[in-house]
Design a protein around this ligand. Structure first.
Ligand code: FEO
Length: 173
């Protein structure tokens, strides 16, 4: 059984994951408007991944006899100075999400809620990947330094990103 405080905190994290999806959708639309289909594809899959994070949290809360109550999602930014600025913001956003996950773990430990702590460890690991994948693109874009040819190459590479739907969304694994 979840405490009221833990249930509220997990609900808040669902909102944060859905905001993340909304932010990445906004970035996807920015890239589509700039005719960078590979960057747009990367962001579309990132948004989808955020939806699966929200779903994971929802399923856990429900499994523990809790209740998910969706709340309004803030409007995301819509304009950026450059493709590099977009990915820098994505990286900064992931650092913020990591802090939120760490705070949730702290709360679970404080409440001796071992089940929630154990569940959250998946997110702890996931955030290492989330930070690394956004930072990898930041470093690539810095290397090509906004040259047209370099940007084209990075865009083509980001267009290769793949994502397998997890079981929560009807996927295989
Ligand atoms: Fe759900 Fe990108 O963290």
């Amino acid at each position: 059984m979840l405490s009221d405080k833990m249930q509220a905190a997990l609900n808040q994290q669902v909102n944060a994951e859905l905001f993340s999806a909304y932010l990445y959708y906004s970035m996807m639309n920015y890239f589509e408007s700039k005719s960078l289909p590979g960057c747009a594809h990367w962001m579309k899959l990132q948004a989808l991944e955020e939806m699966t994070h929200a779903r994971k949290l929802e399923a856990f809360v429900n499994e523990r006899g809790g209740r998910i109550l969706l709340t309004p999602i803030d409007g995301p930014e819509t304009e950026w100075a450059s493709p590099l600025a977009v990915f820098e913001e994505a990286y900064k956003h992931e650092l913020k999400v990591t802090k939120m996950i760490n705070d949730l773990v702290d709360l679970a430990i404080k409440e001796s809620d071992h089940a929630t702590n154990n569940f959250l460890q998946w997110f702890v690991g996931e955030q290492v990947e989330e930070e690394a994948s956004a930072d990898e693109v930041v470093q690539k874009l810095k290397l090509v330094d906004s040259t047209q040819g370099g940007l084209f190459m990075v865009d083509r590479e980001l267009g290769q990103r793949a994502f397998n739907l997890p079981p929560e969304f009807g996927g295989g694994a």
